[in-house]
Write a protein that binds this ligand. Structure first.
Ligand code: ATP
Ligand code: MG
Length: 228
């Protein structure tokens, strides 16, 4: 099955939560889901995986693949992989990321890949997340927010993906609350402006619970349509 790449309009929008919710729902539907976070940057956790995203994703997908395969590059600096690698004097080898992906792809039905930042987050000078999506030949989901400003970020992201012929399954509006756009209005306008479906909109959950969040995803959209 084609991998599913979860990207977003920015950092901190909900890639990890959406990816975890999808992984949990697909797993419950009998699909063996692998997960990958090729690049992670930020504060290193004291116990377990270096990146907290990996803890959330592996728990959701119920996998025990080795950390160096699911996250070949971790940088303990809150920056893009390009900047972090420059600052730390590390050379990023994209072919190594592809090898890790192929290993996961062989042992799972589908691999869900969480990006980092947005689609133009740089990995190398001439290589950004969007190039990785292309190399992985992945279907893509774009996670966006309901904050004022999201329309600009979403249209920019979708247009860039279209220019690069990236197949996009649709948009997910995540973490909405009463301070942003009204959701029916935002769903209407984002789908009209991008010509893409809004697959579902997920509320801010005061007390986050993966099982409830994932059940909402399953209720609101056809998750099996993501698997092709
Ligand atoms: N639906 C939601 N309800 C409540 N909190 C949420 C929801 N979605 C995301 N969050 C919170 O928002 C923050 C960002 O979410 P998440 O870590 O999934 O974003 P991200 O896009 O993966 O960020 P990064 O770029 O750091 O990987 C997290 O602290 C999470 O707790
Ligand atoms: Mg994340």
């Amino acid at each position: 099955m084609k991998p599913l790449f979860v990207t977003a309009t920015d950092t901190d929008i909900g890639k990890t939560f959406v990816c975890a919710g999808l992984a949990y729902a697909l797993k419950k539907s009998g699909i063996d889901v692998g997960i990958m976070k090729p690049f992670a940057c930020g504060v290193k956790q004291k116990i377990g995986f270096s990146s907290n995203d990996l803890t959330i994703l592996t728990n959701a997908a119920m996998v025990d693949d080795a950390e160096d395969i699911i996250n070949p590059f971790f940088f303990p600096i809150p920056a893009s992989p390009y900047t972090a690698a420059k600052n730390l004097g590390v050379k990023i080898d994209v072919e190594h990321v592809m090898e890790c992906f192929r290993k996961l792809d062989q042992i799972h039905d589908i691999v869900l890949v969480e990006g980092i930042g947005g689609i133009m987050t740089p990995i190398l000078k001439e290589y950004a997340i969007i190039d990785l999506i292309k190399d992985l030949m992945a279907n893509t989901i774009i996670v966006t927010s309901s904050k004022i400003g999201t329309v600009n970020h979403t249209v920019l992201t979708c247009n860039m993906c279209k220019n690069m012929n990236i197949p996009i399954k649709g948009l997910i509006i995540n973490n909405f609350d009463s301070t942003g756009y009204p959701i029916p209005e935002l769903e209407r306008d984002l789908s009209a402006l991008t010509d893409l479906p809004v697959l579902c909109s997920l509320p801010h959950m005061e007390k986050f619970n993966l099982s409830n969040y994932s059940a909402l995803i399953q209720e609101k959209m056809d998750i099996l349509a993501l698997v092709s």
